[in-house]
Design a protein around this ligand. Structure first.
Ligand code: C2O
Ligand code: CU
Length: 465
């Protein structure tokens, strides 16, 4: 599907060089940077434990950070050295459908030993991430992900920034090796695979020294299979600047705690209010108690920087308005199934199947009565149309619904609109409605980012032509 270098050269020859756009010329003359997926060993657990065998990008945990400026092209040759077929999805980026990396929908999975060339423009500034998108339940849990950062064209007024990727790993407490049971029926039918070792950037002891009064940009990414993080700040004054990559029109002061569901990101600006010798924290609330998700010891006084005033918003990304919600095409998505749910039967592989038989097939969830990827899309849209999707969660579990290729806004009471997002957390028994403009042609996956749920029923797609 992707053009190889040879194709590009051939095209150049037949069109004559005058027809080549600069980006094409660049791709033809410089070798693409590789992104290699392979088995690797990393020190995940504390140093008195053995290394953990993971599957990673470029043998790293997290995988190599990809960082470009808004408008740049991202060109990567994905090289698969894994024992399984795979592909790479660029979560949250509005790109050409052929580059979206969804095995079985936008491309064939890349077999072991083979490669695939990805190339697309980073039109939107913000915090994104990339991850494997074949057998995601297993491949993401094994560590196949990394941050994808698109910087604003103008510098942002912070002293520095940190990318924090949150994950939880299910490790054997003696050997520190990953639990290899990726199809556990209990995980699939309940809240998903949750880990017992909670880490930031692959370590439970992330320490980032800071200076008094400094302003940091924290880019938080939830890469966990299923864990919803409940977070807070201590020793910082903070503002939410962006959700899922997209800037808020008005930064929101962080008061109390906030949620980060699987797949979601949040950009914070935080001012260090803790004093020299104290430690500021990104706090994680497990049940009632707070734990440190990342520690920021205050090591020096920043002499030249007095505390700043409240931040101004980040520049908006292009073409993000969602007009015409009143006359929009309307769709409904009913989520059913799971443990303690009321689903009696659903369509599995084209046949009406009792819940008992679904369980035997290790499938537990349905969208509009269908289990697993539907043949027909949830919505057929023509390019430029506005659509509304009402999501009913008729299960007792929360689900983090992720739409590929386009950001949406939630329709709130009084027809107010929520912030732009690509992943919405819908709790049990809730009904929420989203709206988006179908301005990106192609087949876009719409699924639960609790990856065990996606693997056992919760996936559909939207067709834009
Ligand atoms: Cu983050 Cu379909 O994926
Ligand atoms: Cu789910």
């Amino acid at each position: 599907m992707s053009q190889t270098r040879r194709d590009v050269l051939r095209m150049g020859a037949s069109l004559g060089f005058g027809a080549l756009v600069p980006g094409t010329l660049l791709a033809a003359t410089s070798a693409p940077i590789s992104l290699v997926a392979s088995v690797a060993k990393v020190q995940l657990a504390p140093p008195d434990y053995p290394k953990t065998e993971i599957w990673g990008f470029d043998e790293q945990m997290p995988g190599t950070e990809i960082r470009v400026k808004q408008g740049d092209r991202i060109v990567r040759r994905f090289v698969n050295e894994l024992p399984q077929a795979s592909s790479v999805h660029w979560h949250g980026l509005r790109i050409d459908n052929a580059m979206d990396g969804v095995s079985g929908l936008t491309q064939d999975a890349v077999p072991p030993g083979e490669a695939f060339d990805y190339e697309f423009a980073a039109t939107d500034a913000g915090t994104y991430w990339y991850h494997a998108h074949n057998r995601s339940m297993e491949q993401v849990a094994r560590g196949l992900y990394g941050a994808l950062i698109v910087e604003e064209t103008e510098p942002v007024d912070v002293d520095r920034e940190e990318v924090l990727i949150l994950d939880d790993w299910l490790l054997n407490p003696e050997t520190a090796q990953l639990d290899p049971e990726f199809e556990a029926p209990h995980d699939r039918s309940h809240a998903g695979r949750r880990g017992n070792y909670i880490a930031t950037n692959g370590s439970a002891e992330t320490k980032l020294p800071v200076k008094a009064n400094e302003r940091l940009r924290l880019r938080l990414i939830n890469a966990a299979n299923a864990r919803i993080f409940l977070l807070g700040l201590s020793g910082f004054d903070g503002w939410v600047m962006a959700y899922d990559g997209m800037p808020l029109e008005v930064p929101e002061k962080v008061e109390g705690d906030f949620l980060l569901a699987p797949g979601q990101r949040v950009d914070l600006f935080v001012d260090v209010t803790a004093e020299v010798g104290e430690v500021a924290h990104l706090v994680r609330f497990d049940d009632e108690t707070g734990a440190s998700q990342a520690a920021f010891p205050v090591e020096a006084t920043e002499s030249s920087t007095p505390r700043r005033t409240s931040p101004v918003s980040l520049p908006a990304n292009p073409n993000m308005s969602v007009p015409g919600t009143q006359s929009a095409k309307r769709f409904e998505l009913k989520m059913e199934g799971g443990a303690m749910g009321s689903l009696r039967s659903a369509t599995l592989d084209g046949e009406k199947t009792s819940f008992r038989k679904m369980v035997a097939a290790n499938q537990f969830w349905s969208f509009n009565g269908v289990v697993g990827m539907t043949d027909a899309p949830l919505a057929e849209l023509s390019s430029g149309e506005t659509a509304r999707v009402k999501i009913h969660n008729d299960t007792v579990f929360p689900h983090a619904m992720h739409l590929h290729g386009m950001h949406f806004r939630e329709i709130l009471e009084n027809d107010e609109m929520g912030p732009l997002r690509d992943t919405i957390l819908v709790f049990g028994d809730e009904t929420r409605e989203i709206a988006f403009v179908a301005n990106n042609p192609g087949k876009w996956l719409f699924h639960c980012h609790m990856l065990a749920h996606a693997a056992s029923g919760m996936a559909t797609w939207i067709n834009v032509t």
